[in-house]
Design a protein around this ligand. Structure first.
Ligand SMILES: *Cc1c(COP(=O)(O)O)cnc(C)c1O
Length: 393
């Protein structure tokens, strides 16, 4: 028997199908930037990046320079945009590797110009404009000033002009349409003033995330930045699309089975009491592995294609489930925490709804002890071979 305590199956064919769906929704003339920040939302950035690029993504987005450098280290040569912010000289090693950075304020714009000049290195930048998210980004006026200043030096090179939409249901929200309109006005103004003639070679105008793509926001300009949709996750329950194929499944095996008498309790705090003689199975995964603590007495898993309840509190390393109604289950039995088994399926969206979080947080929180196992995807890129292992059967 395989000894893996828990593993996340990452289905690279599902990734390719989702990118195919995105491609169909955005059309052939819009570049698809796969957002691979936070280890590709917990899926494993190196393999995801290589396969996404093969499956039609043109470039990648991450949050930090270290994430970008890590992708370069595993052989990704495509364009990478650091969504930032990037402070001080931390950008230099990434700039030297041709990584592009988003610049969210005039202050950072000028600091980056100084850094680039000091190191005699070109910095390819995406001006990040705030149109209503009120998180990061310069005003439209500041963006016009930055575009003006860009003309005066060779060290900063314009690679993009971008904004980010706050509404989780994209174009269905009035606020998203207003943001898109304000951004459109800026793009038009910049063009009028001759400050921006994109799409000019490498410069992209981009605003759409998964929610915008799935809700049909228009225009999409030159590129879209998709994370959730590529991983088969609906960014908002209102945007569920039947073709979104979950890329991640999380499975484990029963390590112990215990008979519990009627009236006895299970786990910390004795929060679950047996109302009948019960068979309780122990799973070697807990909240450190990404089983949300709030799933205690609330969550379900799949055993032999059937839904089975979690009983008692979730521990750091263990989860207890009631398998009384699934005869014959014993140590070594495969259990699905996220994913499909037989005709049943548990999606990250369902877990998020149960725990009051978003599905992004569900996949991001799958812990380091859970081995990522890649399935599908055809030929293995050479750079990834050491990290690929056979799928536990
Ligand atoms: C994370 C992120 C995205 C991707 O969002 P999804 O909802 O996962 O598609 C796009 N743009 C920016 C700036 C982001 O931070």
């Amino acid at each position: 028997m395989d000894s893996s305590r828990a593993w996340a199956e990452i289905d690279l064919d599902a990734l390719a199908r989702n990118l195919g769906l995105v491609r169909r929704l955005v059309g052939s003339s819009v570049a698809v930037l796969l957002v691979a920040k936070a280890d590709a939302y917990g899926h494993g950035a190196a393999a995801i990046a290589h396969h996404a690029l093969r499956a039609g993504a043109q470039a990648l987005c991450v949050t930090t320079c270290n994430e970008a450098l890590e992708l370069r280290r595993v052989g990704v040569r495509a364009r990478i945009v650091v969504l930032g912010p990037v402070l001080g000289d931390e950008a230099l090693p990434a700039l030297r590797q041709g990584v592009e950075v988003a610049v969210p304020s005039l202050e950072l714009f000028r600091a980056l110009a100084k850094t680039a000049r000091g190191a005699a290195t070109k910095a390819r930048i995406h001006l990040k404009v705030d149109t209503g998210m009120n998180r990061l980004g310069m005003t439209s006026e500041e963006a016009l000033s930055a575009l003006e200043e860009l003309r005066s030096g060779p060290f900063l090179v314009l690679s993009g002009l971008m904004t980010h939409i706050a509404a989780t249901d994209g174009a269905r929200s009035e606020s998203a349409r207003r943001q898109a309109q304000d951004f459109g006005a800026l793009v038009a103004r910049a063009r009028e003033l001759g400050l921006f003639d994109g799409p000019s070679g490498r410069a992209w105008v981009h605003l759409a995330n998964s929610a915008c793509v799935l809700s049909g926001l228009a225009p999409l300009y030159d590129a879209v930045r998709v994370g959730a949709a590529a991983y088969g996750i609906a960014p908002d329950p209102r945007l569920f699309h039947p073709e979104l194929a979950p890329v991640m499944s999380v499975r484990t095996r029963i390590v112990h089975v215990q008979e519990v008498k009627k009236g006895e309790s299970v786990g910390y705090g004795g929060t679950w009491n047996a109302t009948r003689a019960s068979r309780i199975a122990v799973l070697p995964v807990g909240y450190d592995d990404g089983v949300d603590w709030r799933l205690g007495n609330q969550g379900e898993v799949l055993v032999r294609g059937r839904r089975v309840p979690m009983v008692g509190r979730i521990s750091m390393d263990y989860t207890t489930i009631d398998v009384t109604d699934v005869p014959g289950v014993g140590v070594g039995e495969k259990v699905t925490l996220i994913g499909a088994d037989g005709g049943a399926r548990i999606r990250a969206e369902e877990i998020a709804a149960r725990t009051g979080t978003v599905p992004y947080a569900v996949t991001c929180s799958i812990g380091k002890r859970v081995e990522r196992v890649f399935i599908g995807g055809g030929v293995t890129p050479a750079a990834l071979e050491p990290s690929l292992r056979a799928l536990p059967s």
